[in-house]
Design a protein around this ligand. Structure first.
Ligand code: AMP
Length: 202
């Protein structure tokens, strides 16, 4: 059985940076729907052409495209530990992912919400825009992505909160401070999951 960690949070919360650090520390396979979509856009695939206008507008790419993409990725999974970054991103994707768990032999071990004040978020995103030049980091698009987060993604966060799977992690402060908080949480999660997995196979 593969352990799944889901990392959620508003745009600019530092998910990408923190996810990369967690991948390293816990030997995770990261599945980032944003990265996959950017790859498709870069290669001008059919999927990329379909997704680009939504991404440039800061809106969500249609669920059927995303769900099929994730399902196909999980089909070939051999990793023991997965980190989902950017998926599920609305209540419907939470439901669909729930149906993928058993057939792909997964177990959701923790859903993390990185929390950051809105003022700080806008500041961080505009800084990232200058550093990385992402085409969806203009102020107008950023505001739209915030709106989409509140309207679409927050209900997904609540869905996990309602079933007791959500852990809120303070995303304010330096990158290293946030990493330390995440590590403390995941050390506990993986200690418990290792024990559960070995009990299962015993
Ligand atoms: P991200 O890198 O996760 O911020 O994603 C960048 C953009 O890709 C988003 O603004 C959406 O347009 C699209 N995207 C990424 N993940 C999803 C998803 N799970 N569902 C719908 N659209 C997504």
């Amino acid at each position: 059985m593969a352990d799944v960690i889901i990392i959620m949070g508003p745009p600019g919360a530092g998910k990408g940076t923190q996810a990369a650090r967690l991948v390293e520390r816990y030997n995770l396979r990261k599945i980032s729907t944003g990265d996959m979509l950017r790859h498709h856009v870069g290669e001008s695939t059919e999927l990329g052409k379909k997704a680009q206008s939504y991404m440039d507008a800061g809106q969500l790419v249609p669920d059927d495209v995303i769900n099929a993409m994730v399902d196909a990725t999980l089909e070939t999974n051999e990793a023991q530990r997965l980190l989902l970054d950017g998926f599920p991103r609305n209540a419907s994707q939470v439901k669909v992912f729930g149906h993928m768990v058993a057939p792909h032999n997964l177990c959701i071990r923790s859903v993390i919400l990185l929390e950051v004040d809105e003022e700080e978020l806008i500041q961080r995103i505009l800084e990232r825009a200058q550093e990385q030049g992402r085409s969806d980091d203009t102020e107008e698009v950023v505001r739209e992505r915030m709106k989409v987060y509140r309207k679409e993604t927050f209900p997904a966060v609540e869905a996990y909160d309602n079933v007791g799977q959500l852990t809120r992690i303070d995303g304010m402060g330096s990158m290293d401070e946030v990493t330390a908080r995440l590590n403390a949480h995941l050390d506990t999660v993986f200690t418990a999951s290792t024990a559960a997995n070995s009990e299962e196979t015993a």
